[in-house]
Structures are given as C-alpha cells and as structure tokens.
Design a protein around this ligand. Structure first.
Ligand code: NDP
Length: 322
C-alpha cells in the first residue's frame, strides 16, 4: 500500500514538473523574418526560372493588384508587393481605381482579371479608400477562389476552417507566422497556443492553422477577460491586436514563442520622421523571457510578402495543371 502511494505521489510530482517546465530552455532568440523571407524568395525565383525553361516560357506567373484610392500606406504596400514579384521573375499588373468609384467598377475590374488567362493571382488591396459605401466582403468574394492569393474569399477561408487544405489558399500573414513557428523546430502538436485578435485576415485564419496542426488554441479579443492568465499558459503566442506594445514580458510563460504581427507608429522625437514602428508586443520586456521572438520591423512583415509570392506561384501551377 505504502509502495503504491509512493509511486502515485512520484508520478504526480513528475507530471507537475512537466507542466511547469518551460517550453524551451534558450531565451531571447530572434526569429529573423527578413532573412527567412529572403531565402524563400530566392527559392521561388529559381523555381519560376526552372518552370519557364521547362515550358519554353509559356509559364509566366502573373500577380495583379487592384488599389482603390490613394492611401499613402497602401501605395507603399502595393509598391513593395509588385517590386518583390518582379524581382523573382513574376509578371505584374497594377490596376489603380480612383476613390470616386462604386462597387460596380471594383467588381468589373475583378471580373476582367478573373477572365484573363494571363493573370494567375488577384489581390484587392485593403482597406478600400472609397468616397461612397462599397461592400468589401462582396468584392473580395467576387475574386475567383483559384486566383485569391490573399486567401480571403469565403471559399478559401471556409475550407481552411474545415481543415480542407488541398488547393486552399492560406492568408499570407498567418501563413508567414506558421512558417516562422515551424522554423523554431518546435512541436506544435499538443502545445497551448494563444492568438490575440480574431480578424478575418490574421487572427481567425491563424487560429485555424494552429488548430489544424493540433495545437490547443485560445483566441483572445477586445472583450476577453483575464487575457494575461491565458497568455501565461501559452507555449506559442501570436499577437495581431493593433495595440502598440500591449503584451508585456511578465505575461509570458518562460520559454514561450512570441510572434508579433503588429505594425504601429508611435511618436519618437529622436527619429527624423518623428515616429518609429513598434509591434503589439513590448519587445524589450518580452525578449528575455521568450525562447523565440519576432522583431518589428523585419519579423512578420517580410514573411507576408514572401507568402504572397508563394501563394501566387502555387495558384499559377494549379491553373497550369487544370
Ligand atoms: P484588426 O484591427 O482588424 O483586428 C484587431 C483584433 O484585435 C480584433 O479582433 C480585436 O478584437 C482585437 N483587439 C483589439 N484590442 C484588443 C485588446 N485590447 N485586447 C485583445 N484583443 C484586442 O487588425 P488586423 O488583424 O488587420 O491586424 C492586426 C495587426 O497586425 C495590426 O497591427 C496590423 O497593422 C498588423 N498586420 C500586419 C501585417 C503584416 O504583414 N505584418 C498584415 C496584416 C496586419 P475585436 O474583434 O473584439 O474587435
């Protein structure tokens, strides 16, 4: 009897120790999104060049970007995406519509690109900068799912939510985050993951991706109570809340992996522009506690563009095979 009690007690102690054990013993390793994205882009460039030679240049993946209006931040994002596509040997088309257009004109532009055999991927730059009301979801859903390189149509997001991954286009930012998590060599299956944010473009698809990888996922949002307690139990944290430096180091379980999607300007008189970029994570306090952490900038941002290129190439290959 005493022997059995001793064995049960020691098993309980071992289990408790396992629960308290940090996810990784190393601390403060930087997940260099810029370097990883650059190596992905290099591989994509080689793949495109090889496919072009194999098909006598009949294969030329083409990305089309529609921009409505002229928001300065969208101008920069669109320019960067088109430049990155051209650099790896993709064709590009840029469609700029004035902010006075209505839904019909946006839909016409999408329909025209849907019809064209020489366009493989269509991206509608968000948010739409329009003077009159335009239903963004309606416009997005007009994109043919096979050309939906942002993975935002109801068809692609529905498939992802149901775990139907064959031919499904995954939204670029969460796909980039998953790639970064995988690069740490961590076993995602069985881990506790917390995603902060539930937008259609980042938080919700991130939840689906981690769940598909057999993590146990908790999603936090603006109405979540006791968020810090949930974060404290997480092995993996992905933050996409649009809240500058919200997640602090003392919220984290030691050894957690921290992926910061946030891009926020905060005032900084020491900078020539008068501001600097920060994430949704307080990098300085989190870095010594996390095992791996993404910086801002040069973390998730470059991965988003690399995944857009990867999605476009995969869409083009599927269209070629059809
Ligand atoms: P949204 O504004 O669409 O969504 C923000 C989400 O965060 C919402 O679900 C919101 O909850 C939640 N939230 C807001 N405040 C809090 C809070 N205090 N506590 C917990 N949750 C909160 O943002 P996006 O998903 O589009 O983007 C998120 C961040 O990622 C932004 O900083 C954006 O700039 C960045 N981003 C970066 C990209 C990149 O390439 N690096 C690409 C896309 C986005 P609720 O649903 O209740 O409102």
């Amino acid at each position: 009897m005493a022997k059995r009690l001793l064995s049960v007690t020691s098993r309980c102690i071992a289990l408790l120790r396992q629960r308290q054990r940090p996810f990784s013993d190393s601390r403060g390793q930087i997940l260099d999104g810029k370097a990883i994205a650059s190596s992905i882009r290099k591989n994509l460039k080689k793949e495109i060049s090889d496919l072009k030679s194999k098909t006598d240049s009949k294969f030329g993946p083409c990305l089309a970007v529609i921009q409505v209006g002229h928001r300065e931040d969208s101008n920069v994002y669109v320019r960067n995406k088109l430049k990155a596509a051209a650099e790896i040997g993709m064709e590009t088309r840029s469609i700029k519509l004035p902010n006075a257009v209505g839904e019909a004109e946006v839909v016409d532009a999408i329909d025209e690109l849907n019809r064209r055999n020489d366009v493989n991927g269509i991206l509608l730059q968000l948010p739409l900068d329009v003077l009159q009301s335009v239903d963004t979801d309606y416009c997005i859903n007009r994109i043919h799912p096979q050309k939906d390189v942002d993975g935002l149509t109801a068809v692609n997001s529905g498939r992802l939510a149901r775990g139907e991954m064959g031919g499904t286009v995954i939204p670029c930012t969460p796909r980039g985050c998953l790639e970064l998590i995988e690069r740490t060599g961590t076993d995602i299956a069985g881990s506790n993951a917390v995603v902060i944010g539930r937008s259609k473009i980042v938080g919700s698809p991130m939840r689906d991706l981690l769940q598909n990888r057999n993590a146990t996922v908790t999603v936090c949002h603006s109405k979540t109570k006791d968020m810090q307690d949930m974060v404290r139990r997480a092995d993996i944290i992905v933050v996409a809340a649009r809240q500058p430096q919200m997640v602090k180091g003392d919220w984290l379980k030691p050894g957690a992996i921290v992926i910061d999607c946030g891009i926020n300007d905060i005032k900084d008189a020491t900078k020539s522009k008068g501001y600097r970029l920060v994430g949704d994570v307080d990098y300085e306090s989190c870095k010594p506690v996390a095992s791996w952490i993404t910086p801002v900038p040069k973390g998730v941002g470059p991965m988003t563009i690399a995944m857009l290129l990867q999605n476009t190439l995969e869409c083009a290959k599927r269209q070629l095979a059809d």
